[in-house]
Design a protein around this ligand. Structure first.
Ligand SMILES: [Mn+2]
Length: 384
């Protein structure tokens, strides 16, 4: 039996004001194509939407997808992540569940496993909605839950009580766990908040833990077979090196094994660090002309029309950084010192424009001095 593990779809997300609707539709279709290869179920381990109130385009995309996939008999198991609003996501879940789309948004109803079966092979899937400590405390007032780990631990221990013996088990969760895991910009804001990292030991006792939350595909715990599938797309330039995709699980003879499946993005996110003239002319940048581009210019000189010129080469330019120029600007001291000497001021001006060649500089300074002398002479004549 095959099960597809995905997470962090973030439908409705935009970056630097750029809507990702087309990119997300492309990725969702790739998931649908993979599912057509004979999967029993799809897991979405949280952050289905990017926002509590998603744009209608995102809702339409998910709605159409669920309709097509469930009509082919594939089960879909969804938990809310920290970006989702669990109450909204839970809408009509009772009716939708009968069609095989299982929204697990409430802690009270997450203890019982869903048992899936195919050709005599069975698997039990537990789904833990993103754990909000305050809500868990309110729902389970008798439990002692001083911190996030104890809240997560409480819910998981209740699941283990309901576990069917002798049937392999999968837990779906949206949590931050693992000792050597790497986080990225697009999820960072969430990790420094109230929700800390929980010990991986909490996830022991399952045959596979299908995690969401961190956007880089990675293993959180080898012993506990806890894996982050990663987001379905690159959602920040800090993720430009990530190969995004999903995890294909095979349940066979009571064992769960996993394989990575790539999602080829419609447009990649590419980060380029170089001098402006190189970026504009070097053929090595030709293949990136349609990518989402973040440029960091290494130039130290003043530059004109940067956005327009870069955009002619990269139609999807999203970000330009000029770190050295910023440094220059932050040092008004050198400018003030040069104010007394026109020659030094002009020399500083040449620095800003990146005139490094000593011969050219010398010629420019001679021309400048000459022009200045002539101008001063004509001023003197005028005032006589
Ligand atoms: Mn996320």
């Amino acid at each position: 039996m095959k099960i597809l593990h995905t997470s962090d779809w973030h439908l409705g997300k935009s970056i630097h004001g750029q809507s990702l609707d087309a990119d997300q539709e492309h990725a969702v279709l790739a998931i649908e194509r993979e599912l057509s290869k004979g999967y029993r179920a799809l897991l979405i381990a949280g952050d289905v939407f990017d926002r509590a109130v998603p744009p209608t385009s995102a809702m339409e995309l998910l709605s159409g997808f669920l309709e097509r996939v469930s009509s082919r008999g594939t089960h879909v198991i969804i938990i809310p992540g920290n970006h989702d609003n669990p109450e909204r996501l839970d809408f009509a879940s009772g009716i939708i569940g009968k069609q095989g789309v299982h929204l697990r948004c409430r802690y009270e109803s997450c203890f019982e496993p869903m048992v899936l079966e195919e050709n005599g092979e069975k698997v039990q899937v537990f789904a833990l909605p993103f754990v909000e400590d305050a809500v868990v405390r309110e729902r389970f007032p008798d439990a002692e839950l001083p911190d996030h780990a104890s809240a997560v631990g409480h819910l998981i221990s209740r699941m283990k009580e309901a576990m069917v013996p002798g049937v392999p088990s999968i837990l779906v969760a949206h949590e931050y766990t693992g000792r050597d895991v790497v986080s990225s910009d697009s999820e960072r804001e969430l990790l420094v908040g109230n929700h800390g990292r929980v010990p991986t030991e909490l996830f022991s006792g399952f045959d596979y833990v299908a995690l969401g939350h961190l956007h880089g595909p990675q293993t959180a715990s080898r012993e506990n077979n806890a894996v982050y599938s990663g987001s379905i797309l690159q959602y920040s330039f800090s993720e430009h090196a990530h190969e995004k995709g999903m995890v294909s699980l095979t349940v066979e003879d009571g064992q769960v094994s996993s394989d990575k499946v790539r999602i080829e993005p419609l447009k990649k996110m590419t980060y380029i660090e170089d001098r402006l003239d190189n970026i504009l002319s070097d053929p090595k940048y030709d293949p990136f002309s349609k990518d989402y581009i973040s440029v960091s210019l290494t130039d130290t000189g003043q530059l004109f029309d940067i956005q327009t010129r870069l955009r002619q080469r990269f139609s999807n330019l999203l970000e330009v950084k000029i770190p050295h120029l910023m440094k220059d600007r932050a040092d008004p001291g050198s400018v003030r010192k040069a104010m007394d000497s026109p020659r030094e001021l002009f020399s500083l001006f040449l620095d800003r424009f990146g005139w490094d060649d000593p011969l050219k500089r010398e010629r420019a300074i001679v021309l400048f001095e000459d022009a200045r002398a002539r101008t001063e002479r004509s001023f003197r004549r005028g005032s006589e």
